[in-house]
Ligand binder design. Structure first.
Ligand SMILES: [Zn+2]
Length: 334
């Protein structure tokens, strides 16, 4: 695998330079989409800081061995969603205890944007004036949720999505996926390697997508035609399947594509271009956009409703009825 397919390659170069020039900062803010590799790179950076070998991380020295065994006493990860204030206070206390075996002590705070204002304020002093040996890495997918005072004290390291061509090459090299299939994965993943890997490593998921698209193509003026689609979307029991988000995305992307075809835009499901085109011929663009809106609304209503996961089948059926009415509805909407 060529170097530049490694997640966060540009960020890695920046950090490597900090190590080589001995200019490691005390506060970093890693920002970028979920699944883009921020945490992986943060851990690797921590290991480089602890490594005493020449080619860091060497994987052989004492620091590396301890790190790889998950038992380095000067390495801390706060990984909570949302971040609890008690954990922030514990970390504050830990921060002022000198390192045990290394010269530095490294703290990673994942989901930093999920610290509420109280937690961020409790953490602020540590981040503003850390002890000389501390390196703190905040990880966030949303800079706007961090207090300006926190933002101004950290060195920002951005993780950018890959281009479609890069993801296509990646899935072709690593998973032997080519052609329209690879192109779909690239578009669907929106340049985020983690999402591409997720699809490629789940053997069933592409098949399930095929099932959903097939069921959509069989939708008709008969309302009962939504039943096959509901089964394809995993609504066979009360409990939501683990892949539910993906099903919503596939369903929604199909209708987004229909609207795009109507408007002469680019589609995501390139491997199903024919199916999308023939579906588009029989539905209004406004209906397709309406369906996308219904799906997005259902998804957000479901995530706001704690019990929704236990009534998944009902949610899906209700959503599909609304979508069906949007497409074939009795009214004369245009
Ligand atoms: Zn080492």
């Amino acid at each position: 695998m060529a170097d530049f397919f490694i997640p966060g390659q540009k960020a890695r170069e920046v950090l490597k330079r900090d190590i080589q020039m001995n200019t490691v900062r005390q506060g970093y803010i890693f920002e970028g989409s979920d699944g883009i590799g921020k945490k992986t790179v943060a851990r690797e950076f921590a290991q480089m800081i602890f490594c005493s070998g020449d080619n860091k991380p060497c994987g052989k020295c004492h620091g590396c061995s301890m790190f790889n065994a998950g038992s380095h006493p000067d390495f801390f990860v706060l990984d909570q969603s949302p971040v609890k204030i008690d954990s922030v206070r514990d970390m504050n206390a830990e921060l002022f205890v000198k390192p045990l075996i290394a010269e530095r002590k490294v703290f990673i705070v994942d989901h930093a944007d999920e610290m509420n204002n109280e937690s961020q304020n409790a953490f602020l002093k540590s981040f503003e004036e850390p002890p000389y040996y501390a390196v703190i890495i905040l990880i966030t997918s949303s800079l706007s949720k961090l207090l300006p005072t926190i933002l101004s004290r950290g060195t920002k390291v951005s993780f950018n999505p890959f281009s479609q061509r890069e993801i296509e090459k990646f899935v072709s090299d690593k998973y032997s996926l080519t052609g329209a299939r690879a192109s779909f994965v690239a578009r669907y993943s929106a340049g985020i390697v983690g999402r591409a890997v997720e699809i490629c490593e789940d053997e069933d998921i592409l098949e399930k997508r095929d099932g959903i698209i097939k069921a959509i193509s069989k939708l008709s003026h008969e309302k009962v035609s939504i039943l096959e689609l509901s089964r394809a979307m995993g609504a066979t029991g009360r409990e939501a399947p683990t892949d539910a988000d993906f099903y919503f995305d596939v369903f929604s992307s199909f209708f987004r594509d229909v609207a795009a075809i109507k408007a002469g835009g680019n589609i995501i499901n390139t491997d199903y271009k024919d199916v999308i085109e023939s579906f588009a011929a029989n539905i209004r663009g406004s209906s397709a956009r309406g369906v996308v809106e219904i799906v997005s609304q259902t998804k957000s209503d479901m995530s706001a409703n704690i019990k929704a996961k236990m009534k998944y089948d009902l949610w899906i059926i209700n959503m599909l009825i609304k979508c069906w009415e949007e497409i074939y509805g009795t009214g004369n909407r245009s």
